[in-house]
Design a binder for this molecule. Sequence first.
Ligand code: CO
Length: 146
Amino acid sequence: MTVETDKHNTGSHGDTRLDHVAIAVTNLEETLKFYEESLGLTRLEIEVVEEQGVRVAKLEVGNTHIELLEPLSPETPVGKFIAQRGPGLHHICIGVDDISSRLTCLKDSGTKLINEEPKIGAGGAKIAFVHPKSTGGVLLELSQPQ
Ligand code: CO
């Protein structure tokens, strides 16, 4: 068996972790009835993130999270997503230590980025989205905690 390594998987960028999986929903309180009451997950907080146009409920799952995203209006990215495809899996988020160096490296490798520079997301984290065309069809968020 051959083990292939290169500079991208030798840890030169620091740690990664699954930060959260985000689900677009039309009604936060309705959806929380399932995740909180039926499934028994612990809800940590509900936060309005104006920059992203969403109200976010964060649920604890082991050492990672599920985020329920309710659009603040139909004109927001999540509002448009729901209008086109209905509610459902919106993105997955990988936590990184140094988002700027990650973005530079991804740009250099020809990755299609939605945000070339980090923006401020929930909890004050620096975030950037990678286009589904480069990720196997899933919207991917990178996040560096505050
Ligand atoms: Co997210």
